[in-house]
Design a protein around this ligand. Structure first.
Ligand SMILES: NC(=O)c1ccc[n+]([C@@H]2O[C@H](COP(=O)([O-])OP(=O)(O)OC[C@H]3O[C@@H](n4cnc5c(N)ncnc54)[C@H](OP(=O)(O)O)[C@@H]3O)[C@@H](O)[C@H]2O)c1
Length: 320
């Protein structure tokens, strides 16, 4: 008989929480036991053909779950995941509260392809931000092979669909503001995802500046990140750098033509291409990475991490 694992989701009425509930309904051993909401507590919804009622987070029966995902806003989430661990369950925090660069605690960072050994058997994991997921997986082979010019500036221009901003009402996210439009935000290298990106670059012992500019795309989901990276020399087989690094990774696709959002939406994958830049004096590589912000950038990666934490098959319940 298969051992079924009771699971709870805090913040289940948000974009990331809803995606989690949907993916959990297709997981072979996880059983959604409770789901919480704040304003929408008490509401009944149907997920994966099953009706459930959102509880208030304060009423969540934490002790009834072996694993709890928190998709609460940052600030609210950290205290809850500590409470979950105290109750003896495993916890995965999708907020930024416990990520490197945000917290003094050294909580394993769940960028699965890059940090897998630290996740096995962990009771608490901090799930990465959506932009850092695309950016760091794209950059990792160049960091690992020490190919980036020391002290160089790596420029990251990335665009996200509107679900990246959560589902609480905001005037600048109204349909009339977003549609047929394209704009940058967080301009000036101040975005709250930068600390975790810098912390991971430091883990590789590399001395770099990151210049990150996010943009808002008039689509519901998806991120396309374009990284401009000065390199020490141009490898003969440029794409081979990524192909070797990610040879056995089921959720990383290395391709020769630039990835598009439609290649990755509703899938737990990162699709990457790399190109030598012509007509510049410093050898420079352009790396492009596309993900679905709600799947590989949030709920999908959280389930991938849960599978690793609990010693299950890593691909279980995940759309490839
Ligand atoms: N959206 C993404 O692409 C993405 C990607 C990676 C990580 N994340 C992270 O995942 C978390 C959730 O993001 P989201 O986009 O899903 O946000 P969201 O759509 O705004 O959802 C937030 C959830 O938390 C609940 N909530 C709000 N304030 C609360 C409080 N004070 N106490 C208890 N519950 C509260 C909301 O309930 P009600 O709706 O009922 O009020 C809702 O269920 C955030 O920490 C975010 O940084 C999001």
């Amino acid at each position: 008989m298969v051992h079924r694992i009771p699971v709870g989701v805090l913040g289940a009425s948000g974009y990331a929480g809803r995606e989690l509930c949907q993916l959990l309904s297709e997981h072979p051993v996880f059983d959604l036991t409770f789901a919480t909401a704040h304003e929408r507590r008490g509401e009944r919804v149907t997920v994966g053909g099953r009706e459930l009622q959102y509880l208030a987070t304060d009423d969540a029966p934490l002790g009834a779950a072996e694993l709890v995902f928190s998709a609460l806003p940052h600030g609210a989430s950290g205290p809850w995941v500590h409470r979950v661990v105290k109750e003896g369950a495993h916890a995965i925090d999708l907020s930024s509260d416990l990520r490197p660069g945000h917290s003094e605690l050294s909580v394993p960072y769940g960028l699965t392809e890059l940090t897998r050994p630290a996740l096995r058997g962990a009771s608490l994991v901090s799930n990465p931000g959506c932009y850092p997921t695309a950016t760091l997986i794209a950059l990792a082979p160049l960091l690992a092979e020490d190919l980036i010019v020391p002290g160089a500036m790596v420029t990251i221009d990335a665009a996200s669909g509107v679900t990246g901003a959560g589902n609480s009402p905001k005037a600048d996210l109204l349909f009339g503001e977003v549609t047929e439009n394209y704009r940058a935000y967080g301009v000036g290298n101040e975005h709250r995802h930068l600390p975790e990106m810098r912390a991971m670059v430091a883990e590789y012992g590399r001395d770099l500046d990151l210049l990150f500019t996010p943009h808002l795309l008039p689509v519901a989901r998806g991120i396309l990140a374009t990284l401009t990276v000065p390199v020490r020399y141009m490898p003969d087989d440029l794409l081979g750098v990524w192909r070797r690094h990610f040879a056995n990774e089921p959720f990383v696709e290395v391709v020769s033509s630039p990835p598009q959002l439609r290649d990755v939406v509703r899938r737990n994958v990162v699709r990457i291409s790399a190109h030598a830049v012509a007509h510049v004096r410093t050898p420079t590589v352009l790396v492009l990475a596309a993900i679905d912000n709600l799947v590989k950038g949030a709920a999908g990666q959280a389930i991938q991490n849960a599978n690793v934490m609990l010693g299950l098959t890593e691909t279980w319940g995940l759309p490839v």
